[in-house]
Write a protein that binds this ligand. Sequence first.
Ligand code: SME
Length: 166
Amino acid sequence: MPTVTKTQKLTEIREEARRLSQQSGSADQLMEGIVTLLNAKMLKYNWVGFYLLESTGEPMLVLGHYRGAMTPHTRIPLNQGICGAAASTGKTVVVDDVKNDSRYLACSLETKSEIVVPIFVNGKVAGELDIDSHFSAAFTPEDRELVEYCAKLVGAKLESARLDRK
Ligand code: SME
């Protein structure tokens, strides 16, 4: 059997995410499809979830679609956690070893590394895609590219949904 390289696998998943985006009638459907896809196909993506930014009152990241163990962190203020750091700076955060990052809010004792990618709608942070791994340093630059691509697809879907409502 020919060996599939990680690059080939990531390319296939990227294609699948693009197809999901074309087929999804809503951002909700797309987010559900993406958490299912990434969690099922990537061995090291053990918890995959979306947080959406709620701006009524104190800005808050609210847990949406996810795959993986239940988390106590269903609402995260922007000044807390790796999730808060990514949303407040608008920058992807990759943490290779969560126990050495004082910002880290623990979800599971098994988590060793994490990536959080902001989602933009009309140039503003509207949420984020968060992935935890039971493996340390699970997120290479190639993984980061894939996760950023998925976050972009959701941002575009949310943006077009908001345009439709106008
Ligand atoms: N670890 C995150 C909290 C969310 S859980 O990973 C699902 C953080 O530090 O913000």
